[in-house]
Design a protein around this ligand. Structure first.
Ligand code: F6P
Length: 738
């Protein structure tokens, strides 16, 4: 502001100087002209009396601003002069400028004309003027008057100072008064806000939005601060549960169970860890919080391993929580899991060009199975206020069903896959029922803000609800549901990394198992065999890479671990065949007796195997065409304790928003994807380490304990609010249509 004021003053002072200068010069010339005109008659009178004429001139000279005066004869000689008239302006010098000669034929007497000039003398500037002296129509001669101008400069300077002072004062007032007023208002405002935050102020509407934000911020800061230096751990999560939710029992509802018991070839029971991002993320939460995981008992030895209440304690040998297995008939499994969930909702929510199939029969099973699981959840709780974590698109209806039975439960629903835009969701004939089911939750979480926005738009479009924009919530029939992004993550440290062999050993084992040469390079893909994962695009990119970068032929092997998934669905069967053919074609094109560019391993791999591959690979390519998050990307980074290896990551995964140090690609762009592989293989170790270090620090801090902790803290805050407003006690979903 001071700079602006100085510039303004400088500009104004320039204008002031020019203006006052012009005024004063006009003033002086007028003064000099009038003085001469006024003196003219008396000078003409005294022309022939030298004493009187001299007195006349001396009288004029008495004016302090006059330097000197002269009366000059028509022949330009001096008739009379005051002593101080400068030499430069005496009669002989000025005469030629004043005299007008030969203006009329036969004229003998010269005529004179008025003349004036401004001259700079060593003593200062001088204004000189001359006028003819005429008596009875005859020119007697002329008078010269020199006027001091230096006083103008003094006056100018004084005027300018005065004007600047006035202007400065005005400017200060103009800027200063509003500033003082604004400071005062701000002071009063912050005092009032302070009082309100302490709880002693009178509530005012205009403070409501900022109060909400500030409380939220304070609460968030408090959540982030604890004894573990901000690091989220299993213990810290347990503390949150005890402190904020009074240690209520946690019940997870997820279709996939974390431990599957299967009958081995020799008739023995084996335990499998399913390939599921959901399980990877939630299993550590259960170990931290204990409680019950309600899931479909899908393993061939599952029935044989449960107690009479269908419970089995897990993890094997470390038993810290229970799985409650729910049994499904063949028909239920077909209609609910393969049909509505995976042929309807799965392609609907993923932009991967598979046509969603909606069959009324599947919908009937989906509803029935949701009810079956909701009842199982209600059987497992031990209080009226349990914390229920409902997982994924298999259970869109369960939240409202549970809410109906347990009105004061805290139901946290997490949708692990993308949520499409409102138009697309409208394709599902039962979109309203799905939305109403989900709005039975206390919180509905998604990986990204975009999916939250899509969900909120869908609710706006199809249901009669109120949207609370301040809270990011939807209110339906008096029940509020928060809608928030919670990007899912891994436990930290990852137990499979802790127990993995040293990196060199992992590499040696993988090299041995794949029969690779010592100087071979290894690219890696790990997925369920699912069309959303972009496995075909990935293999095509490898093919193009070998075509465009021939120096890597014979050296790069790409290992694709692909666990068969949803194998009863036609689209998955087609994918299985397509991937197999593609791998064969590439191997025929670029392979040799001792070299296979693509190694396709289509079977279940237990986590120790998977982590061995992660730790051995030179790069890992996650090429999903659309993915809510994708935890393979995070697992690869977690596995690289040596900080080496490069992650190539599809821009269409939720993970790409967080893992910006990966080489981010569009998996449909095969040229760029193959370039990324070349860049990964040529990347200097230092750069690999810089990128890995940064991504590891992110996934270490933003781990799954934080993910769950944030949801629990938000839920506790919501519960508090509801308790305060008295809604918790009386809440029921009277109109729920289930
Ligand atoms: O992406 C959604 C999801 O539930 C993941 O969490 C998991 O990786 C995958 O689907 C599991 O699918 P399914 O249980 O059908 O094998």
């Amino acid at each position: 502001m001071l700079i602006a004021l100085a510039l303004l003053t400088w500009a104004v002072s320039g204008v002031v100087q020019t203006t006052t200068h012009e005024w004063f010069e006009r003033d002086v010339s007028e003064h000099a002209r009038l003085a001469l005109i006024g003196a003219m008659p008396s000078m003409a009178d005294a022309w022939y009396d030298p004493v009187r004429l001299q007195e006349q001139l001396m009288a004029m000279d008495r004016d302090v601003r006059v330097i000197g005066v002269a009366a000059c004869n028509a022949d330009l000689t001096t008739r009379s002069v005051t002593p101080d008239l400068p030499e430069e302006f005496r009669c002989q010098t000025v005469g030629p400028r004043v005299r007008v000669t030969g203006t009329a034929a036969g004229e003998v007497t010269p005529r004179f004309q008025p003349w004036s000039t401004i001259a700079a003398l060593p003593t200062g500037r001088v204004y000189v003027t001359a006028m003819p002296i005429v008596s009875q129509g005859q020119a007697l001669g002329y008078a010269v008057l020199a006027h001091d101008l230096s006083y103008i400069e003094r006056r100018e300077a004084r005027a300018q100072t005065f004007l600047l002072v006035v202007f400065g004062v005005l400017a200060l007032l103009a800027f200063g008064i509003p500033l003082l007023v604004a400071r005062r208002v701000r002071h009063d405002w912050s005092m009032e806000l302070h009082k309100l935050l302490r709880g002693d102020g009178k509530r005012r509407r205009e403070f409501e939005p900022i109060l909400g934000d500030m409380r939220d911020l304070i609460a968030r800061m408090a959540d982030e601060r604890d004894d573990s230096n901000g690091q989220w751990t299993a213990d810290r999560l347990k503390q949150i549960l005890n402190r904020n939710l009074h240690g209520e029992k946690v019940v997870i509802l997820a279709n996939r169970e974390p431990y599957v018991h299967i009958l081995g070839d020799g008739g023995q029971t084996e335990v499998q860890h399913p390939a599921s991002g959901l399980v990877t993320a939630l299993e550590p939460i259960m170990r931290a919080c204990s409680g019950v995981w309600v899931a479909h008992g899908s393993g061939s030895a599952d029935r044989a391993t449960v107690d009479r209440h269908d419970h089995v304690r897990v993890p094997p040998q470390e038993e810290s929580y229970e799985i409650r297995r729910v049994w499904l008939t063949e028909e239920e499994q077909h209609g609910y899991y393969y049909g509505f969930a995976n042929e309807g909702l799965w392609p609907l929510c993923h932009t991967a060009h598979a046509r969603p199939q909606f069959r009324a029969d599947d919908w009937k099973y989906y509803r029935e199975v949701n009810r079956k699981f909701a009842e199982a959840v209600c059987e497992e709780v031990d209080s009226k206020n349990p914390v229920v974590l409902v997982q994924d698109y298999h259970f869109a209806l369960a939240p409202a069903m549970i809410r109906k039975r347990l009105p004061t439960a805290t139901i946290l629903t997490f949708w692990h896959i993308p949520w499409p835009n409102a138009e697309r969701m409208g394709i599902c004939p039962w979109h309203n029922e799905i939305l109403e089911g989900l709005l039975g939750s206390s919180i509905v979480g998604f990986h990204t803000q975009l999916h939250c926005n899509n969900f909120l738009d869908t609710v706006d479009r199809y249901l009669e609800t109120r949207r609370d924009r301040e809270q990011n919530a939807v209110v339906m029939r008096g029940h509020q549901t928060l809608v928030r992004p919670y990007p899912i993550a891994l436990e930290w440290p990852v137990r499979w990394v802790e127990s993995a062999p040293p990196l060199e050993e992992c590499r040696a084992q993988v090299w041995r198992s794949l029969g690779l040469k010592p100087d071979a390079l290894l690219g890696l893909g790990i997925d369920r065999l699912d069309y959303t994962k972009g496995i075909e695009e990935r293999l095509l990119a490898v093919e193009l890479f070998l075509e465009r970068y021939p120096q890597y032929r014979g050296r790069l092997t790409f290992a694709q671990l692909a666990e068969p998934s949803r194998t009863e669905i036609e689209r998955y069967k087609e994918l299985n065949v397509a991937v197999e053919r593609l791998a064969e074609r590439i191997n025929q094109r670029f392979g040799a007796a001792d070299y296979r560019p693509i190694v396709l391993l289509r079977s279940h791999h237990e986590p120790p195997d998977v982590f061995r591959f992660y730790r051995a690979a030179d790069f890992c390519y996650v090429s999903s065409l659309h993915d809510g998050m994708n935890l393979v990307a995070k697992e690869f980074v977690a596995a690289r304790t040596d900080l080496k290896g490069v992650l190539i990551l599809s821009e269409f995964t939720g993970a790409a928003q967080e893992m910006t140090e990966a080489l981010i690609v569009n998996p449909y762009d095969l040229e760029k994807s193959s370039d990324a592989m070349a860049a990964a293989l040529a990347m200097p170790v230092q750069e690999q380490q810089d990128r890995m270090r940064s991504m590891r620090s992110m996934i270490g801090r933003f781990n799954v304990y934080r993910w769950a902790g944030k949801m629990l803290v938000d839920a506790a805050r919501l519960r508090n609010q509801e308790r305060l407003t008295g809604r918790l006690a009386e809440r029921t979903l009277v109109n729920a249509s289930f």
